[in-house]
Ligand binder design. Structure first.
Ligand code: CP
Ligand code: NVA
Length: 316
């Protein structure tokens, strides 16, 4: 890493902690405002990562994560290269440890999207440059930095916020629960039986001071909520099972659930969406949906994550 300090890995939000995630969000708000109206590929005035190269390593598909990290690095003055498992030696069995050591000699930071969280932990153990989690089966922390930024931009304070999640207890929910523990907002989780989040994330959110309610009644979760959020019922790498979809059907975010929430509630979805499954078309396209602000904010959030990883913002 070009800073001469120990590599700051961002495998989960807790690697940064509440103060540094708050610093990321503040920096994202400032940088976003400072470049308003400029072409998307134009470099920020201070070009803080000029000369730095980020490797984006994908073992799973991506649109937003891939494009937003690329544009984020351009805006910070740096550049990216993209590797996928099919066309790199990872796909032929080269170890994560060797890949980490080789990439650390050639680039300044590594983002990995992978099917197995243990692989990113292995990458971080062997890399001497920062490793950033671009989604694993367990968590999606970069998404949640963007989500927190989006919620704040829409006028909501995090402490005491009532966030309601509907559907599958998946990787995105896990990172929301981590954020809840850091920022002391509350999460009502409505899932079918058997699809609850990992209890470790629930326990850690509660230990941080969040009220986490697990329910199988979507209306209980929606009542009086500030934010309604869902995700695909079938994540990448999971079997597209008819049985799972049918269990999920009552958890669709539709107009009836939005009506039960606060009148100024917002709808979030990390995308890609399956409109007609986890969300109805009227909600997805409706006035309370902020999903395209959320998607754009992946760029602004990623810039902050990168600057934190390079030791340019945050306290630790
Ligand atoms: N939300 C998100 O991570 O999107 P991609 O899978 O397109 O990167
Ligand atoms: N839960 C989804 C998120 C996609 C961005 C998945 O892992 O496929």
């Amino acid at each position: 890493m070009g800073t001469g300090k120990q590599a700051r890995h961002f495998l989960d939000l807790t690697d940064a902690g509440a103060d540094d995630v708050a610093a990321m969000i503040a920096d994202a708000i400032d940088r976003k405002a400072a470049r308003a109206g400029r072409p998307k590929g134009a470099t920020d005035a201070d070009a803080p990562l000029a000369g730095y190269v980020l490797a984006l390593v994908f073992e799973k598909n991506s649109t937003r994560t891939r494009v937003s990290f690329d544009i984020a690095m351009r805006q910070l003055g740096g550049s990216v290269l993209i590797l996928d498992s099919a066309s790199s030696q990872l796909g032929r069995g080269e170890s994560i440890a060797d890949t980490a050591r080789v990439l650390s000699r050639m680039v300044d930071a590594i983002m990995l999207r992978t099917d197995d969280h243990a692989k990113i932990e292995e990458m971080a153990r062997h890399a001497t440059v920062p490793v950033i989690n671009g989604l694993t089966d367990k968590s999606h922390p970069c998404q949640i930095v963007a989500d927190l930024l989006t919620v704040i931009e829409h006028g909501k304070a995090l402490p005491g916020l009532e966030v309601a999640w509907f559907g599958d207890g998946n990787n995105v929910l896990h990172s929301i629960l981590e954020a809840a523990g850091l920022f002391k907002f509350n999460v009502r989780v409505a899932t079918p039986a058997g699809y609850e989040p990992d209890p470790a994330f629930v326990a850690s959110a509660r230990a941080g001071g969040a009220v986490v309610t697990l329910t199988q009644d979507p209306h209980t979760a929606a009542r009086g909520a500030d934010v309604l959020v869902t995700d695909t019922w079938i994540s990448m790498g999971q079997a597209d099972a008819a049985e799972k979809k049918s269990a999920m059907a009552p958890f669709q975010i539709n107009a009836a659930l939005m009506d039960a929430a606060k009148p100024d509630a917002v709808f979030l979805h990390c995308l890609p969406a399956h409109v007609g499954d986890e969300v109805s078309e009227d909600v997805f396209e409706g006035a309370q949906s902020v999903v395209f602000d959320e998607a754009e904010n992946r760029i602004h959030a990623q810039k902050s994550v990168l600057l934190w990883s390079f030791g340019r913002i945050g306290s630790r």
